[in-house]
Design a protein around this ligand. Structure first.
Ligand code: GLC
Length: 431
């Protein structure tokens, strides 16, 4: 972490030297009083909170709670579509018109660099937030060039949901750790009369951000990478091909049902809850909702399977960012602190099984007793692989989606898709 002085200098770069000195010594996080501009965080009054549609129903009660405590600084919830790419587009449109309609943005973890580099979001005062209590990889997603541009609110790790009742009945005592086991388990379960008409597996294979996630997971879980440790594209490899082939072959042999190619998160959840799927790759939010459905008590979660053993998830989640063009930034900062507090993220965990950014909540014995998915989730997040952290993320994900979808729908071979993807990624990242 940088010293307060350094950060203060960065935020008040345009102030007169005297004021600069004062700020540096006084180390005010909000910058010099009375000065507008980056880092000043002034103004109190109504704000908006902008996020993808809340499928869990847990957000409005939390906002009502804030509004009761802050009647003069009420927050209005603006819900965008569930599809991550559509959210990104609307947020970018708002920024490009310099509109003040959006105050606090729920940014997908993969958008931080792009939004920060374009100065669509403000650099934030690190010491206002208890970052040291949060999981390190989660905090990293909120940074750009060592500066904090967002505050972790919820993390996300992919998990394998499975039907405990059916596996048990079919004589399968443990969830699969490899793709081959997953297919073998499905074959056993499908022999049961109650599994008639069921399909084996689904994830998110529609052409959108969810496909980027599922593609990257398949590649990583076969020992490949999309970009290497230095951010260089390296996806045209034998290991990556094994990962993509798992998905392509699964579509071909109907391990993934035909309609699986159209699924976003919510479609898969509905299919699993209505008894159409034996296995589902999805995020933690499904755990709580499935508990209120017909399969209540009949499912559990396991780490994602891979080629030779457990696979790895893509690191997901959402951070709170402050739109550069917003009004009432003092209120906004308080609200961001409120929404990302340990107490309130614990409430989201209990109400909606959302993954909190705070490390301690995953080791709390009482919580684990009540929420048995916590250890699997913690493991999933800590082992998760970040998607490329690049300013040109929009181009990167569009290329992944285009090539992965072409392979899944059979219009290109896996080998050709990976070759074309490697070229496209080299072009968009300039590496
Ligand atoms: C979840 C994740 C997010 C990811 C998206 C893909 O919302 O939290 O990181 O990009 O799913 O659909």
């Amino acid at each position: 972490m940088k010293s307060t002085t350094t950060r203060a200098f960065q935020w008040v770069g345009t102030l007169a030297a005297g004021a600069l000195l004062l700020t540096a010594c006084g180390s005010s996080d909000e910058g010099a009083a009375g000065q507008a501009g980056p880092g000043t965080f002034e103004g109190r009054g109504p704000i908006t909170y902008v996020a993808g549609k809340d499928t869990t129903g847990s957000m409005q009660p939390m906002l009502d709670h804030w509004n009761k405590l802050h009647p003069k600084e009420k927050v209005t919830f603006i819900q965008l579509p569930t599809d991550a790419d559509a959210q990104r587009q609307q947020m970018i449109q708002n920024a490009e018109t310099k509109s003040d309609a959006y105050t606090v943005l729920s940014l997908d973890v993969v958008w931080t660099s792009e939004f920060a580099a374009h100065q669509w979001i403000d650099k934030l005062p690190e010491k206002r937030f208890p970052l040291d209590k949060m999981l390190k990889p989660v905090v990293e997603t909120a940074k750009y060039r060592d500066g904090l541009y967002a505050v972790p609110a919820s993390s996300d790790g992919g998990m394998l949901y499975y039907r405990t009742d059916l596996l048990k009945k079919a004589g399968v005592s443990q969830p699969p750790t490899t793709w081959a086991e997953l297919k073998a388990d499905c074959a056993k379960v499908k022999k049961l009369p109650e599994a008639e008409g069921m399909s084996c597996y689904a994830g998110q294979f529609q052409k959108y951000e969810g496909l980027t996630v599922n593609f990257a997971e398949a590649v990583n879980s076969a020992g490949g990478v999309v970009t290497d440790a230095n951010g260089k594209p390296d996806v045209d490899t034998a290991a990556a091909k094994k990962g993509l082939d798992f998905l392509v072959d699964s579509v071909k042999d109907r391990t993934i049902p035909k309609e699986g190619i159209t699924y976003l998160e919510e479609d898969g959840r509905q299919a699993f809850q209505s008894g159409k799927l034996i296995f589902l790759r999805n995020w933690p939010y499904v755990y709580s909702l499935a508990g209120k459905s017909d399969i209540k008590g009949k499912y559990a979660v396991a780490p994602l399977p891979g080629l030779d053993g457990p696979g790895s998830s893509s690191l997901g989640g959402h951070n709170l960012a402050l739109s550069t063009y917003a009004k009432n930034k003092a209120t906004a900062l308080d609200f961001m602190k409120f929404l990302s507090s340990e107490e309130n993220t614990a409430t989201f965990l209990k109400e909606a099984s959302l993954a909190p950014p705070y490390a301690a909540l995953y080791d709390d014995k009482a919580l684990i007793g009540q929420y048995p998915y916590l250890p699997v989730l913690k493991e999933s997040i800590l082992r998760a692989v970040p998607r490329p952290r690049v300013v040109q993320y929009g181009d990167v994900t569009a290329a992944v989606q285009r090539e992965a979808y072409a392979a899944l729908t059979g219009s290109k071979s896996s080998a050709q898709a990976l070759k074309d993807l490697q070229e496209a990624l080299q072009k968009s990242t300039g590496r």
